[in-house]
Design a binder for this molecule. Structure first.
Ligand SMILES: Cc1cc2nc3c(=O)[nH]c(=O)nc-3n(C[C@H](O)[C@H](O)[C@H](O)COP(=O)(O)OP(=O)(O)OC[C@H]3O[C@@H](n4cnc5c(N)ncnc54)[C@H](O)[C@@H]3O)c2cc1C
Length: 437
């Protein structure tokens, strides 16, 4: 996404950039794989961009052939199914718990004073104890692989809906509430999976597959690859994850190298299942809070486009998170297939009689940035160094943020914009002022 964003911006300015990609396919984390008639993205991907320009670019890539939906999202907790977000859809949860949540939410709302220095404190200040400890704090352990007190608060933004008391009360009393999830409208290519949104950009860059960067010499402006090739560059923009990029740079100071290795992120094992049944789920995706259920989230790609699964089949994509720093993955991904199927049956999504016609497990080594308390100071060290070395960084793992696909694409465009500015400055005629005698 970020690489094509940069190349697109150059192309619009009559420059054809070269993209070096380590894989032999495009898309990075937004790649799509087709297997036995099932289409699964690397992780579940939909476009919910509110940026009309980006939406048009993506849709033009597929000649307007997109599926457009209103998303229905729900949550599963100890056998209860509640609409998302749970804080405004408490209806149906145990009465005693609902009363406690509302009382604590009311108490939390009595003061405007905000003193939170970590995510746990922010949750307690915003929602009170019972809701925080039952839902977001449990989800944090599964999704971020660490505890809420170890997380910063600068990433939250619209991701956690902050209702007023009336909304909480209405959601507790009524099963039907307005949709307030920050994602409501979503788009997905009708054919070929999410990666097709990149189609129109492929020809606008000089794309080199199977070029994994191993060495960068920022002084000589040389870049070397595992395939043995070395190339000279004029300007370098990188969307390579920072902990991998920094060790490649010749002469990088030890302090910067150490800082880059302290940046934490999750890896994701996705278990993809194809089932000979279509009525598996009414939700487009579902969040799971119980620690004894292996996955954090399930998505149902067959509901996003009818072409994502063979006729009369449904598809499920489960996400299971790990991290080098907090929860290392010490098994091959295939080991997660059986536990996933077993938990799908336990929560009633699959039944014993279901015929599973496809199953696989994949690993995405870089999934989500973990916003732990070590992130900001170490990121500053790394980014400052890259600026000195004149290597522009972009994308989710270059900027090291919570970027969605549209933001990653724009981040690439912005990095290209910085290069163009440098180029324009070089081209400007130098003004020479003569001092008067
Ligand atoms: C589970 C999950 C679900 C998501 N769902 C959505 C969603 O529904 N909608 C949405 O908008 N966003 C979603 N996102 C976010 C989205 O995936 C990212 O915003 C986007 O894909 C990041 O693009 P990028 O170009 O910054 O990084 P990447 O996609 O990681 O691209 C980096 C590229 O660099 C290549 N590379 C890495 N190392 C090297 C090297 N040494 N040499 C050469 N090449 C290298 C990689 O192969 C890759 O192609 C999701 C993310 C996750 C983890």
């Amino acid at each position: 996404m970020a690489g094509f964003g940069a190349a697109h911006h150059f192309y619009k300015n009559n420059i054809r950039a070269t993209i070096y990609e380590k894989s032999d396919f495009i898309g990075g984390h937004a790649a799509t794989f087709e297997r036995e008639g099932f289409i699964f993205d690397d992780g579940p991907h939909i476009s919910f961009t509110k940026d009309k320009r980006i939406r048009k670019l993506f849709h033009d890539s597929v000649n307007g052939k997109v599926e457009a939906f209103k998303a229905y999202v729900n949550n599963y907790w100890k056998g209860f199914w509640v609409k998302h977000p749970a804080q405004v859809n408490l209806h149906g949860l145990p009465n005693e718990m609902v009363v406690k949540i509302i009382r604590e939410f009311f108490e939390a709302g009595k003061t405007d004073k905000r003193t939170a220095t970590n995510y746990k404190e922010w949750l307690l200040e915003t929602f009170g104890k019972t809701f925080s400890e039952t839902f977001p704090m449990e989800y944090t352990k599964k999704f971020h692989t660490t505890t809420a007190e170890n997380l910063d608060i600068d990433w939250i933004g619209p991701r956690l809906y902050q209702p007023d008391l009336d909304e909480v009360l209405n959601g507790a009393l009524s099963a039907s509430t307005d949709n307030v999830h920050y994602v409501t409208d979503f788009y997905y290519p009708s054919n070929g999976g999410f990666v097709r949104f990149l189609d129109q950009f492929i020809d606008n860059a000089n794309l080199k597959y199977s070029h994994e960067v191993t060495k960068i010499d920022p002084v000589q402006k040389l870049i070397s690859f595992t395939n043995g090739k070395t190339k000279r560059y004029d300007y370098l923009i990188s969307s390579v994850p920072l902990p991998e990029l920094i060790p490649c740079i010749k002469g990088v100071p030890t302090g910067v190298l150490e800082a880059s290795q302290k940046l934490a992120c999750t890896s994701c094992v996705t278990v993809n299942i194809g089932v000979k049944r279509k009525d598996i789920s009414k939700a487009h995706w579902t969040y799971f809070y119980d620690q004894n259920i292996i996955f954090s989230r399930l998505s149902f790609p067959y509901l996003w486009s009818p072409n994502n699964a063979p006729e009369n089949c449904g598809s499920i994509q489960a996400e299971i998170y790990f991290s080098k720093k907090y929860k290392p993955l010490n098994k091959e991904p295939d080991n997660f297939i059986e536990p996933t199927i077993s938990d799908l049956k336990r929560c009633g999504i699959l039944c014993e009689s279901d015929e599973i016609v496809f199953q696989e497990a994949r690993i995405s080594p870089y999934a989500n940035v973990i916003f732990d308390l070590e992130r900001i100071p170490n990121l500053e060290i790394v980014h400052n160094y890259l600026k000195q070395a004149d290597i522009k960084y972009c994308g989710r793992f270059g900027e090291w943020g919570y970027h969605w696909t549209d933001e990653s694409f724009i981040s690439g465009e912005n990095a290209a914009g910085k290069v163009l500015k440098q180029l324009n400055n070089l081209r400007k005629p130098t003004m020479v002022f003569k001092e008067k005698d």
